[in-house]
Design a protein around this ligand. Structure first.
Ligand code: BT5
Length: 325
């Protein structure tokens, strides 16, 4: 957010303040103060004019814009907001290539949302579609922890509003349907992309898509939304909670696997992981400190660092096969 606007909001948070007082303390003209106040109002911050000056009411801000998302956000991100965009990851790539860092591209709607392996991602208006641009100084081998951090942060934000969310390895946020995690609907997905050399990350962008205030009729089969689970929520507060948690985890990467294990529905499951042409079937027993899944198979222990994972019904307990259905 523009520094002058941030200073105006800080002054208003402390109490009522008049135009001339703001002009003097900020060293700008009264006309400039008025312009900034108008700009903040247009961005959805409901500043009122009273006889004694400008007032920022304590009531919730419900507009979903760049300035309202930045306002009150306790994490060092600049927000670039779009009502509609092709893909927030594509825009974040452009910004990252230009040297940006700690910028979050947010959109109300995406027309060309992407999943992993160039799959399509449905992103109608009302969801949380965002991408964080990072320039981490950690070795590339730790990059997967950023993806896990995003899954943990999203799960915690969803749980905080009452959704029974859990993580399916590596980075799907799901709502289990049968109490055992064999059946589930997908609430959110993460798409991380990076650029760098073998020993250095140039940039790493983490795209998070979470179905928040969306009717199920607008989503593919197998998807669920916060709205369907618990009703409509304050999307601005949801994004702020998600970004604040992501900030905590990305600045303390050693805590990520602990957070992930706390919320996962995969460990203890019979799983089938597809890694390109290869398929690994076995019991998921742990993740490594780099986020790879440890699977006990008939042929011994295997560690898989990427792939599509299904939770299977165990053959021994219900006699069904391992088709995942
Ligand atoms: C993912 O891929 O789960 C990663 C999704 C990342 C989306 C975010 S939104 C912000 C940022 N900008 C982007 O363009 N992308 C990121 P994957 O694991 O490959 O799952 C994709 C599959 O999920 C699709 O093939 C569908 O079956 C299903 N799917 C599509 N849209 C969905 C939705 N809104 N909710 C749940 N499932 C969906």
């Amino acid at each position: 957010m523009n520094e002058t606007r941030r200073a105006i909001l800080e002054a208003l948070e402390a109490g009522t303040v008049s135009g001339p007082e703001l002009a003097e303390s900020l060293g700008i003209s009264r006309a400039a103060v008025w312009k900034h106040i108008e700009g903040l109002r247009e961005a959805g911050i409901p500043i009122e004019s009273t006889g004694s000056g400008y007032v920022l009411p304590g009531a919730a801000i419900d507009a979903y814009t760049g300035p309202t998302l930045e306002y009150g956000l306790e994490a060092p991100f600049e927000i670039e907001y779009h009502d509609q965009i092709g893909s927030t990851n594509d825009r974040a790539r452009e910004l990252a290539t230009e040297g940006a860092t700690d910028v979050v591209v947010v959109a109300d709607e995406q027309t060309g949302g992407r999943g992993r392996l160039e799959r399509a991602w449905s992103a109608p208006s009302g969801g949380v579609w965002l991408t964080v641009v990072n320039r981490p100084t950690v070795p590339p081998a730790r990059a997967p922890l950023f993806t896990l951090a995003a899954a943990v942060a999203t799960t915690e934000a969803a749980r905080a509003v009452g959704v029974d969310a859990a993580i399916k390895w590596p980075n799907d946020v799901i709502v289990p349907r049968d109490g055992q995690g064999h059946e589930y609907d997908k609430l959110a997905g993460i798409l991380t992309e990076m650029e760098g050399e073998t020993d250095r990350i140039e940039w790493l962008i983490v795209g998070i898509g979470c179905n928040v205030n969306i009717d199920l009729g607008k989503l593919p089969e197998g998807a669920t939304s916060v709205e369907a689970e618990v009703g409509t929520v304050d999307r601005r507060a949801f994004v702020q909670a998600l970004l604040e948690r992501f900030e905590q985890y990305r600045t303390d990467l050693d805590s990520v696997t602990g957070g992930w294990l706390e919320h996962t529905a995969t460990i203890g499951q019979r799983v089938r992981v597809e890694i390109g042409e290869q398929t690994v079937v076995g019991d998921a027993v742990d993740i490594t400190e780099m986020g790879a899944l440890v699977v006990e198979t008939e042929d011994g222990t295997q560690t898989v660092s990427a792939g599509d994972c299904d939770h299977l019904r165990p053959v021994s307990t219900d006699g069904l096969d391992e088709s995942g259905s």
